[in-house]
Design a protein around this ligand. Structure first.
Ligand SMILES: [Zn+2]
Length: 511
């Protein structure tokens, strides 16, 4: 499918935090994968079908919707020229929504999703996650397992995802190759873990873990020198002028990038699994290269107490990450922390100051009995936030399922934990699952040679076109004239990934 096209349907999307915009029976123009604008199909000329042959004119400028402050208007003159020969996807009557961003999941845990849930986090890791992850030392096993994961992610509701692999470098690269082939936009991390894990799934020490990380990043097309990151002093400062100098250009790279939409992301598993030396070493790589960081934070009360023992000088779990140089900030690299169920007010202050993204994982937090994150508190404090399935502690890779659970658990939070808390609305949950999480992908990146990537997760002009064309044929009702908002809510409560008819990621047709 082409990257420049016209597409017709019933569009609904978030145009700002917690708000929905409806464009019933409308046409969007997508050029080079970017939404340029749209207009009501009522304004189509009668002979619209001839448009692709350049025989009719594009509607007038004033019929193009404007996105207000955040958007830009289409250049109609330019549009007339470029419309000649464009593809036209006629999904008239179909609901079309932005694709979802799954902000946190573990690809190697996909095999046992929906199983082994009768444990809390720390036991669950030992009984379920670690034994399965160890099997990925075999490249053959990894290839077979990750193929199923990549196929299902491609078929599902996510157009973007931020993914943990395992500590195995070669298996991680295999996962990245398979994901690249799906056409989805992803970030993938080789996991770092050098303490408190079973002997069959741990790296010997910080030096070995950092050496493997450099080998992995260089296989992704970077050009890092091993000695800059494996033998340097701890403390978070650049270890050589060479390494520091590369930062200003956005990233160190040799120009040979094997992936075009699969980004590496640094992945310390969590504080309990990483020595201070390893954490600080990863913080140095992030600081010097601008690569993003993902990890876990304040998921389970036993885990929080354990971190206090492991890093006794820290004020909190968040402070422990901060001391290791792993949080980044507005003028530095970007980080995303999964869960954030038990954050104190002081931790929330640090996370907001550093522009850290929070990945809310409601299905996982319910399944492992971790708790309920105060998600509307984070929204009201205008923090960066999205939603993650957290496969395999989350049972389904479907963001449709996870978004509705975010709404449901927020209502329990109000009833059982804090009667002053505001429950999440469906419009807010949808915004988190699309526009909120997707903005993790837009800072300047190495993949874009230091340039800022386009925003995604909405159909505002200027946004990258990630979209799902929905099939509501299984959702029968005798009610008539449902609004697009009602149809969206009904879909989120009743449908699943099998009810997606077509999918676009970064302007390309996926299926
Ligand atoms: Zn996780």
């Amino acid at each position: 499918m082409e990257q420049s096209f016209l597409i017709r349907g019933d569009f609904i999307f978030s145009d700002r935090e917690g708000k929905l915009k409806e464009l019933p029976d409308s046409v969007l123009l997508v050029k080079d994968g970017i939404v340029c604008g749209g207009f009501s199909a009522d304004e189509l000329p009668d002979d619209f079908e001839k448009l692709k042959n350049g025989e009719v004119h594009f509607p007038e400028t004033d019929s193009v919707f404007s996105a207000g402050d955040a958007g830009q208007q289409i250049d109609t003159e330019q549009g007339m020229t470029d419309l000649r020969g464009l593809a036209y996807y006629n999904f008239r009557g179909r609901l079309i929504i932005p694709g979802f961003t799954d902000l946190h999941l573990h690809a190697p845990q996909y095999a046992f999703r929906g199983m082994r849930m009768d444990h809390e986090l720390l036991e669950w890791l030992n009984y379920s996650a670690f034994p399965e992850e160890a099997r990925f030392r075999s490249a053959d096993y990894a290839r077979k397992a990750y193929r199923i994961f990549a196929d299902d992610l491609k078929r599902g509701a996510s157009t973007r995802a931020v993914i943990f692999a395992t500590l195995h470098t070669d298996a991680t690269l295999e996962l990245m190759r398979l994901l690249e082939d799906t056409g989805l936009v992803t970030m993938v991390g080789k996991v770092n873990m050098d303490r408190n894990c079973p002997p069959y799934l741990t790296e010997k020490n910080a030096e070995e873990s950092l050496r493997e990380t450099v080998r992995w990043l260089n296989a992704c097309g970077l050009n890092l020198k091993e000695r800059d990151y494996t033998c340097g002093p701890a403390g978070g400062e650049p270890v050589s002028k060479t390494a520091a100098g590369k930062r200003s250009s956005g990233q160190a790279g040799d120009g040979k990038q094997p992936f075009s939409r699969t980004f590496p992301i640094l992945t310390p598993r969590f504080i309990p699994a990483c020595t201070d030396e390893l954490s600080r070493g990863l913080g140095r790589i992030a600081k010097n290269t601008g690569l993003p960081v993902q990890s876990h934070l304040d998921e389970n009360r036993g885990e929080v107490s354990w971190v206090k023992e492991l890093v006794p000088e820290s004020e909190s779990y968040t402070d422990a990450y901060d001391r290791m140089g792993l949080l980044g900030g507005p003028d530095s690299f970007r980080s995303v922390m999964a869960h954030c169920v038990w954050c104190s007010d002081e931790e929330i202050r640090i996370l907001k100051d550093r522009d850290v993204f929070l990945a809310h994982c409601p299905t996982s937090n319910s399944n492992l009995g971790s708790g309920i994150a105060p998600v509307t508190k984070y929204i009201d404090r205008r923090m960066k936030l999205g939603i993650g399935t957290d496969i395999g502690a989350g049972h389904a890779v479907s963001m449709i399922e996870t978004v509705r659970q975010a709404v449901q658990v927020s209502k329990l939070y109000r009833q059982y934990i804090d009667e002053n808390a505001r429950p999440l609305t469906m419009a807010e949950a949808f915004w988190l699952g699309t526009m909120g999480g997707a903005s993790f992908f837009c800072p300047p990146t190495w993949m874009n040679r230091g340039k800022k990537a386009s925003e995604s997760g909405s159909f505002l002009p200027g946004y990258t076109f990630d979209a799902l064309v929905l099939d509501e044929s299984q959702l029968r009702t005798w009610m008539e004239n449902l609004t697009l908002t009602e149809r969206l809510e009904r879909f989120l409560y009743l449908a699943d990934d099998r009810d997606i008819a077509h999918k676009f990621a970064a302007g390309r047709g996926i299926f």
